[in-house]
Design a protein around this ligand. Structure first.
Ligand code: ZN
Ligand code: ZN
Length: 451
């Protein structure tokens, strides 16, 4: 069979599975679970992979699952990534009544997409004509939430990172992956698929590090003898003002954001607060800017403690790396060309979303950035949802767009990358220069955390 006919067969296999793919998206929407707790979703995915006759690796990064679909060669190996986790928004009308979890970031769509790729590759039998393999990955915990709980897992030695993809990297599950493909749903019904980016360097996303901070003072009667206490809340207050005083030292182009909240403000209103705890994120567009902001924040925190004669304990937590580059123009062009080949032009947006001359990095964070630092990665935007992401108003309104269409784009790309001796995949990997090598990844993070 020639290339065109075989690729058609693969895309037809996606269409033939449309109902099953939508059913998967619906099932996961109805069974939302927060990061590193996605046991039901992982079991569900494992069941589908096994029904397809695939061998499944389970419990990767606690709850992750993956299945490799072999072609004529083991490598190049393309990962198609779906995120398992939901958010916690109890106010959402369709959130889980017990946990408050809901897929208000649309990760159930990514999971349906990834599952659809496995279905279509197996059903169509195209892998026996392709020179490489595809790994379908269900990764835990993209959303950096419930940090205190995740720190307990860290203390128990069960995790090092907050994000599931990072745990996959740490444990070597990306070692035999050459290219990663991902997507994310947007809240938009005007277009259906967005192929952002372009030729040459592109603005990436910011990265971050976390901090857990504890000010320790001494309790005393707030009315009768406050002079016997050391007010940890006042120390934190001075520290927060001192952090604010640093803000005009952050360069606009570094896109630094320092934000925090008080997780413990004291014990009782009539007791001088003896312990105050803060959780903090420092975001920026480069590792250097994160380290610089972290140093200034630490200075401010210590300043608050010194002023009151309190103590401060700061523990730095790995966040996600900034992604500073597109990685591979060839991969981007293939994504764009497939989008034009498979979909109607009026359903697409292609190119940069930001026409301003200074294009700022995206202010949200994702651990897909860590993957993009070590290997070529392409991701695209998906429509079909409305409301505000990460809020009670989020809902998926066009299931075909959200769940089925992205499968076709993945399938088209995987096919092209691995066709004819996997020439295209090899070109992509040869062009790519990692920011960090896979083997140097842990040391790179440890250096950020130690400042
Ligand atoms: Zn999100
Ligand atoms: Zn998300």
């Amino acid at each position: 069979m020639d290339k065109v006919a075989l690729k058609r067969k693969l895309l037809d296999a996606v269409e033939a599975r449309a109902d099953d793919i939508i059913a998967a998206g619906d099932w996961i929407w109805c069974n939302p679970e927060a990061g590193f707790k996605e046991y039901k979703t992982a079991d569900y995915t494992t069941g589908i992979f096994r029904d397809l006759g695939l061998e499944v690796e389970e419990n990767i990064g606690l709850t992750g699952v993956q299945a490799k679909i072999n072609g004529r060669d083991d490598r190049p190996n393309i990962a198609v990534i779906g995120e398992l986790d939901a958010l916690l928004i109890p106010e959402h009308p369709e959130s889980d009544p017990d946990t408050g979890a809901v897929h208000s970031c649309g990760h159930n769509g990514q999971m349906a997409n990834m599952i659809g790729v496995a279905m279509a590759l197996v059903d169509s039998g195209v892998m026996e004509h392709l020179d490489g393999s595809v790994t379908c990955m269900a990764v835990p915990a993209e959303e950096p939430i419930e940090i205190e709980w995740r720190r307990e897992l860290y203390d128990e030695g069960k995790l090092f990172f907050l994000g599931g993809k990072q745990e996959f990297i740490k444990d070597g599950y990306f070692d035999d992956v050459d290219i990663s493909l991902a997507n994310h749903m947007a809240t938009n019904t005007e277009w259906k698929i967005a192929v952002r980016g372009g030729e040459g360097p592109q603005p990436g996303g910011v990265g971050f590090m976390g901090k857990m901070i504890s000010f320790k003072g001494a309790e005393a009667h707030s009315g009768a003898a406050p002079w016997n206490g050391v007010n940890a809340l006042n120390a934190a207050n001075i520290a927060m003002s001192a952090i604010d005083a640093q803000r005009d030292t952050f360069k606009d182009t570094d896109a630094v954001r320092v934000h925090y909240f008080i997780t413990k403000g004291g014990d009782a209103v009539n007791i001088v607060p003896s312990e105050v705890r803060l959780e903090m994120m420092i975001r920026a567009a480069s590792v250097e800017a994160i380290k610089d902001a972290s140093m200034k924040v630490d200075r401010a925190l210590r300043g608050g403690a010194i002023a009151l004669g309190a103590e401060v304990e700061i523990s730095n937590i790995p966040g996600y790396l900034p992604s500073q580059m597109q990685g591979s123009d060839t991969l981007w062009r293939n994504m764009r060309d497939n989008a034009f080949e498979i979909f109607d032009e009026e359903d697409l947006v292609v190119g940069t979303a930001d026409p301003s001359p200074i294009r700022t990095p995206h202010g949200a964070v994702s651990d897909i950035n860590d993957v993009a630092n070590i290997m070529p990665k392409a991701s695209f935007g998906v429509g079909g949802a409305t409301g505000v992401g990460h809020s009670r108003s989020y809902s998926i309104v066009d299931k075909y767009v959200a769940y089925v269409m992205p499968v076709k784009l993945y399938a088209g790309m995987v096919f092209d990358l691995l066709w004819d001796g996997a020439k295209l995949a090899r070109q992509v990997t040869e062009e790519y220069e990692p920011q960090v090598t896979k083997s140097g990844y842990m040391a790179y993070w440890k250096d950020i955390l130690e400042g």
